[in-house]
Write a protein of this length. Structure first.
Length: 193
């Protein structure tokens, strides 16, 4: 849902609209058109394309112009997880794993203004992720974020999303697994590719 909200936001749709030249095509009292006007105009273009050329052509257009806006973006910046440690606990419990255990791995500058801590998160003595912070609590939260990124396969070293002809093989009718149903080893990726 966060990804859909991001891609359909006024900011993104107006940038795409301006990028494909709608600024010169929009006839309105304001000039240059506002970002809201550009966003609505772009949505109208998508709707018109769907009505005139069909769903298949519209999906290709959206894939090529809208979905490509996430290239190079960190999914964890788009999808803000508010309580990462609680979510990690839920996923581990559903998957039959032990509750996550945080361990202090490194610390530097304790009791100074520039203190830094590195915490690792483990389950059944298995390393799940690590994180840094100026307090132990912040480091634990960052470690939980890192563990979730690793479980969801959305790390910085992940394969890029397929585009072009490779994207034609994606089953668009299949829905992604909801986060409250996600189980380790049953689901390969939170994004259905």
């Amino acid at each position: 849902r966060a990804l859909v909200e991001y891609l359909s936001s006024e900011k993104i749709t107006s940038e795409i609209g301006f990028g494909i030249g709608l600024k010169d095509l929009i006839l309105c009292q304001e000039y240059p058109p506002s970002s809201l006007t550009a966003a609505k105009s772009f949505q109208a273009v998508v709707g018109t394309l769907n009505a005139s050329a069909g769903l298949g052509r519209c999906q290709v257009f959206v894939r090529d112009f809208v979905v490509t806006q996430i290239v190079g973006k960190d999914p964890s910046e788009i999808w803000q997880i508010e309580q990462p440690l609680e979510l990690l606990k839920d996923i581990l419990a559903r998957s039959g794993y032990a509750e996550p255990e945080s361990r202090l791995m490194l610390q530097s500058g304790k009791n100074t203004i520039q203190a830094v801590y590195q915490v690792g998160v483990y389950s059944n003595k298995t390393f799940l992720g690590s994180g840094y912070g100026e307090t132990i609590e912040t480091a634990v939260e960052q470690a939980a974020h890192d563990a979730l990124r690793r479980l969801f396969h959305i790390t910085e070293t992940r394969d890029p999303l397929p585009f072009g002809k490779d994207a034609d093989n994606i089953a668009l009718k299949e829905t992604n697994v909801y986060i409250n149903e996600w189980i380790i080893n049953k689901t390969q990726n939170i994004i259905n590719c």
